[in-house]
Write a protein that binds this ligand. Structure first.
Ligand SMILES: Cc1ncc(C[n+]2csc(CCOP(=O)(O)OP(=O)(O)O)c2C)c(N)n1
Ligand SMILES: [Mg+2]
Length: 373
């Protein structure tokens, strides 16, 4: 089903996902306890296929509208959009519960949406409003929802992996103290460019030596800002870097949600059950510029290249598959898009009508209550 190639490792598993509804609009929630089956390769259930689809559609529409708001000057600051890469966050997140942590990047909205982020709180955060996830203090690049295990977007490239390794250490420690066999898992997302940073290598080494429950997910979109991968690193497969740390390196088609779901599922189950970390490289592409929808007009990618990747858009590809399999009709798919757009319209209105933070509260939440007292 998915085009994936294992560099060193081969196992099979299946996971179950679920969807739920908040404010009348379905929001994909995290998977119930993962169910592994290492004896045979499993196809994703209809429930999983629909869940992957909903997560991707929510990201796509959220991002397109967020990009427009920024370029119309309605929401402040710069946005790094995730459009084109939706299959990666969605394929991974179906396997995670709120007790599993992720760390994100400067391109972080998609990760939070896929982890069940609510549009109202997300748009309000982009608008810098008191009703946002971080009361308007985080904005796009530092949005987080710790309650759902989303430890934060991050403006510092490669800052996420060491944070995730710390979370994974606490997961392993807690499981041991509580006498549990299965651990919560930490998943840092990062780009191809981030794997040139020392922080990534230190984190990978520590996770491997301590066999921590981490799954390193590299979103290889072929560019670090405007620099093609071939000009910023001498390898073409980031997964090759795993061998240097004694962990499996896996490559999957990051434009195919099912391929990501398969590769991530195996790695997450391995991490949960004490098998240690894996580096999963998802070959993907961003359809818009490094920043914003229109970008700054630099010509560093050819029209042909863009067209080639756009032809592999993960959402229509997945929709076509579901129609062919009889999982959803075209009308049902359209209804998902419509429901998501209705939620977005309402959420943007909510954000625009929300109050700005009171300047008198500026220093609230800067220090923990313990540190401040
Ligand atoms: C430590 C650090 N160095 C440089 C930058 C500037 N910067 C922002 S995004 C980016 C490119 C990152 O590329 P990649 O990790 O592949 O992520 P992508 O933008 O492709 O998703 C750079 C160099 C930064 N934010 N932090
Ligand atoms: Mg990149």
């Amino acid at each position: 089903m998915g085009r994936r190639a294992f560099v060193q490792w081969e196992r099979s598993c299946t996971m179950r996902g679920r969807s739920d509804a908040r404010d009348g609009v379905p929001i994909p929630l995290c998977a119930e306890a993962a169910v592994a089956n290492s004896s045979q390769a499993m196809e994703p259930s209809e429930e999983v296929l629909k869940d992957l689809h909903l997560r991707m559609v929510r990201i796509r529409h959220f991002e397109e509208e967020a990009g427009k708001l920024m370029e119309q000057g309605k929401s402040p600051g710069a946005l790094h959009l995730y459009i084109g890469e939706e299959a990666v966050a969605s394929g991974v997140m179906v396997h995670l519960s709120d007790q599993d942590q992720i760390t994100s990047t400067h391109r972080g909205h998609g990760h939070l949406v896929a982890k069940g982020g609510e549009f109202k709180k997300m748009y309000a955060e982009l608008y810098g409003r008191e009703t946002g996830y971080n009361k308007g203090r985080g904005g796009s690049m530092h949005i987080s929802n710790v309650d759902a295990g989303m430890l934060g977007a991050n403006g510092i490239v490669a800052a996420g992996p060491p944070i995730a390794v710390g979370a994974a250490f606490s997961n392993k420690y807690l499981a041991r103290v509580e006498g549990r066999d299965r651990m919560n898992v930490a998943v840092p997302f990062f780009g191809d460019g981030a794997t040139n940073e020392g922080a990534f290598h230190e984190a990978a080494n520590m996770a491997a030596i301590w066999k921590l429950p981490v799954v390193f997910v590299c979103e290889n979109n072929g560019y670090g800002e405007f620099t093609p991968q071939a000009e910023h690193q001498a390898i073409s497969d980031v997964a090759d870097r795993a061998a240097g740390y004694g962990m499996p390196g896996v490559i999957c088609d990051g434009m195919d949600a099912v391929a990501v779901w398969e590769a991530a599922g195996e790695a997450i189950e391995r991490a949960r059950t004490g098998g240690g970390p894996t580096l999963v490289e998802c070959k993907t592409y961003r359809f818009v510029d490094h920043v914003g929808l229109r970008g700054i007009g630099l010509h560093y990618r050819t029209d042909e290249e863009l067209e080639e990747w756009r032809a592999r858009d993960p959402i229509p590809q997945h929709e076509q598959r579901m129609i062919e399999m009889g999982v959803m009709t075209a009308e049902e798919i359209q209804a998902v898009h419509d429901a998501v757009m209705a939620d977005i319209t309402e959420s943007i209105e909510f954000a625009e009508n929300s109050p700005l933070p009171d300047p008198a509260d500026l220093l609230n939440d800067v220090y923990t209550p313990t540190a401040a007292s």
